[in-house]
Design a protein around this ligand. Structure first.
Ligand SMILES: NCc1[nH]cc(CCC(=O)O)c1CC(=O)O
Ligand SMILES: [Mg+2]
Length: 353
């Protein structure tokens, strides 16, 4: 049976003389509950706050016009044609969300072994960047760099004899980053986990005079089951052969995450990211404490799907779970979070004033 929620038990705040009235009052000098006695008191001692500045909103793109397609495994999330993505950019502006992240669903006919569509200066991502920047130049745009939305095999890199090639892939990623940056992308976010790609991309951007384009490295990205719904959204779930464990990290490791992050910082990353989010909050904390860099977490598709599905079943209070999960990233030391809840959370934050 569904758990009943949403009607808080009516509690009265602690009355002044409660102790005096209780015959067997404990002899306690320290009572932590004093600081929780009323909403104003709780606000005074609150250690972390979530604001709309902390949110990065990932959008899925699809070819066409005036098109919105529900992603089956992510209730409330749609694939958007470019014109609709521009409308969502306007919504983000109004909600004071500082940045959007763009992910394309590529038509199967445009996918090939090499992911060539990734370096097409007129691909869906580049079209969306130009369209959004034209209408709303003040919003930040982050573009993912990896080949998986474009390859027929669903991997992030080039394959030969069943191996993901590192250095050859990096060369393609640089070209992908450059077409995105030329289109007007503000933050290049390599999510591929090839070694050396941050340095190569930085060098490519600088050589082209794109000195102000930032790099947010998916520095500690784990081979995770929580990316399932994303692969459904970009259409790589059915085509992906094997798994990504030869390039994405083993979920058992955290020292290794520090080494990965350190390398990306040395190679020129302006910001670093840990991904997934909630199952890796310990990694977020270690990264923030060790490097004191702008540190982001990605609350990935599977995390979103779990909360959305449970809420739709009446098994938990979706809004409260959403806000609690987002605040957890702040508590762990993150400066911001990529989340599919971004617009909903921003609406709630603004309603609270
Ligand atoms: N490299 C592409 C990429 N960029 C972001 C995600 C996942 C995001 C999500 O699950 O929300 C992935 C999937 C993957 O690595 O397989
Ligand atoms: Mg690395």
């Amino acid at each position: 049976m569904a758990i009943k929620y949403g009607r808080p038990i009516e509690l009265r705040e602690v009355s002044r003389r409660e102790g005096a009235a209780v015959p067997h009052a404990l002899d306690l000098t320290v009572r932590p509950r004093r600081n929780r006695k009323a909403e104003w008191a709780r606000r005074m001692v609150r250690e972390n706050v979530l604001t709309t500045d902390d949110l990065i909103w990932p959008l899925f793109l699809i070819d066409g016009h005036n098109k919105r397609e529900q992603v089956a495994s992510m209730p409330g999330v749609e694939r958007l044609s470019v014109d609709q993505a521009v409308r969502e950019a306007e919504r983000a502006m109004k909600l004071t969300i500082p940045c959007l992240a763009l992910f394309p669903y590529t038509e199967p006919s445009l996918r090939d072994e090499e992911g060539s569509e990734a370096t097409n200066p007129n691909n869906l991502v580049c079209q969306a960047v130009r369209a959004i920047k034209k209408e709303f130049p003040e919003i930040g745009i982050l573009c993912d760099v990896a080949l998986d939305p474009f390859t027929s095999h669903g991997h992030d890199g080039l394959i030969s004899d069943g191996r993901i090639l590192n250095d050859e892939t990096v060369a393609v990623l640089v070209r992908q980053a450059l077409v995105q940056a030329e289109a007007g992308c503000d933050i290049i976010a390599p999510s591929d986990m090839m070694d050396g790609r941050v340095a190569a991309i930085r060098e490519g951007l600088d050589r082209t005079g794109l000195l102000d384009v930032q790099i947010m490295a998916y520095a500690a990205k784990y081979a995770s089951a929580f990316y399932g719904p994303f692969r459904d959204a970009i259409g790589s779930a059915k085509t992906l052969t094997g798994d990504k464990r030869t390039y994405q990290m083993d979920s058992a490791n955290t020292d290794e995450a520090l080494r990965e992050v350190e390398l990306d910082i040395t190679e020129g990353a302006d910001m670093v990211m840990v991904k997934p989010g909630m199952p890796y909050l310990d990694v977020v904390r270690r990264v923030k404490d060790t490097f004191a860099m702008p540190t982001f977490a990605y609350q990935v598709s599977g995390e979103y799907a779990m909360i959305a599905a449970a809420a739709n079943n009446g098994w938990l209070d979706g809004e409260r779970a959403m806000m609690e999960s987002l605040l957890a990233f702040k508590r762990a030391g993150a400066d911001g979070v990529l989340s599919y809840f971004a617009p909903k959370a921003a609406e709630k934050l603004r309603a609270q004033g």
